[in-house]
Design a protein around this ligand. Structure first.
Ligand code: ASP
Ligand code: MG
Length: 406
């Protein structure tokens, strides 16, 4: 008997018919002799609707109130899915994040899980009930509801799988797994059989939305066997797992892109110690994640430009803060460019191959695609390009690194 956590995303529970189909799959897994814990997202589009409602009232909704609002979509699907399982003659119980003891910090709308006190889940399993947990939410030390960031139900599922040492965590979605590039852009993108945790972490943070980045961090840390597969068919999906030698033979595993980027440039910043710290402390103080940072060497007047990127959602907040700090520092001003995208290549194999970066830059150059910023890690190279050239860049890189179907 295995303990299996199954997470169903928004399209998998988009309506009651889909919820009934999910219940069938859950029950089939239970019939095979497994213990199952179900984690659900909100119905597709529901969370966006809540965001829109809040914005009908105010431009800057209070984040504590936002979290209570956003968490409600998952409560609805958890109760309905539990009913659908009961209808099939199986005992089931829905739970909110609070009820299963998902404790987080207090960074509303992007809270981090600190601990899971899963006693109610264990009891339910012991009593042969199938628990259905509302994903994406927890509570902080004041018992206020928090949410884990958009797409965060994946993280609920993996964290529960880690806490209960589940044998496998299946993430059900509307695609068959992790692809070498977004199949909507590259029609001959290939579904991967497996991908390493580190590559998946990069792919997730680089804009491949198939898994929430934090969920992969959890999976890696606690060695959770993670499978991404479709709830619309029985294809085997993609296994996210430890790196193995074979993976190194391929130079590049995938191409990711992210249009959810804004570039900010501070012009003529005085070139002296402590300036970067002042700027980025102010931004960190507002809970904003900075992605790429580029600082030029100083010019003859002892000043330099600093560019960095943040997510679109944080763009305005980051712009306001940066403008304020740069006035204090006496720079020549800040400009914001929202017409950018990040295009990245990922692969553990690039550690053992030469010339990968050169090949990427040359390929983009041949297509007349200008690179505005570059950042690298051991297993990825990212370029900021004009958003209008995103699709072309993804296609040409997928081609040149020969990622297409066999
Ligand atoms: N419903 C939330 C969202 O749309 C969380 C999730 O689906 O994972 O972001
Ligand atoms: Mg998702």
């Amino acid at each position: 008997m295995a303990l299996i956590v199954q997470k169903y995303g928004g399209t998998s529970v988009a309506n009651t018919e889909r919820m009934k189909a999910v219940a069938e799959r859950v029950v089939a897994t239970a019939k095979e002799g497994n213990k199952v814990i179900v984690v659900v997202s909100a119905m597709a589009g529901e969370t966006d609707k809540f965001v829109a409602l809040a914005h009908q009232i105010t431009d800057s909704p209070d984040e504590r109130e936002m979290d209570l609002l956003l968490s409600s979509g998952e409560r609805i699907t958890s109760a309905l899915t539990a009913m659908a399982i009961q209808k099939l003659g199986y005992s089931s119980m829905s739970f909110t994040g609070r009820q299963v003891g998902i404790m987080t910090d207090s960074s509303h709308t992007k809270a981090l899980i600190e601990n899971i006190e899963a006693s109610r889940l264990k009891t339910a399993l012991d009593e042969n009930k199938i628990p259905v947990v509302a994903g994406f939410q927890g509570i902080n030390e004041f018992s206020d509801v928090t949410t884990l960031g958009r797409g965060g139900s994946d993280t609920t599922a993996v964290a529960i799988a880690a806490a209960l040492k589940a044998d496998i965590c299946e993430i059900y979605t509307d695609v068959e797994g992790v692809y070498t590039a977004d199949p909507r852009i590259v029609p001959d993108a290939r579904k991967m059989e497996s991908i390493s945790y580190d590559e998946m972490l990069e792919m997730a943070s680089l804009g491949s939305k198939v898994l929430h980045g934090r969920s992969v961090e959890f999976a890696k840390k606690y060695n959770v066997h993670l499978v991404v597969r479709s709830s619309f068919n029985n294809a085997p999906g993609t296994l996210v797992t430890k790196e193995d030698r074979c993976m190194e033979k391929t130079v590049i595993t995938g191409v990711a892109h992210d249009k959810n980027q804004v570039r900010l440039t501070i012009m003529s910043v005085p070139d002296r110690p402590g300036i970067a710290a002042t700027i980025f402390n102010a931004i960190a103080g507002a809970n904003i994640n900075v992605d790429m940072i580029v600082q030029n060497i100083s010019s003859h007047d002892q000043s330099t430009d600093i560019s960095f990127t943040v997510s679109k959602a944080d763009g305005k907040k980051a712009f306001d803060i940066t403008r304020k700090v740069s006035e204090e520092l006496g720079t020549k001003g800040v400009n914001m460019n929202a017409e950018v995208a990040k295009v990245s290549i990922v692969g553990v194999g690039m550690q053992s191959h030469f010339g990968v970066a050169a090949k990427m830059f040359e390929t983009l150059a041949k297509k007349g695609i200008n690179i505005m910023m570059i950042s690298t890690s051991e297993i990825k190279i990212s370029c900021i390009v004009d958003v209008k050239q995103t699709e072309e860049a993804v296609k040409v890189l997928h081609d040149v690194f020969e990622l297409a179907k066999g």
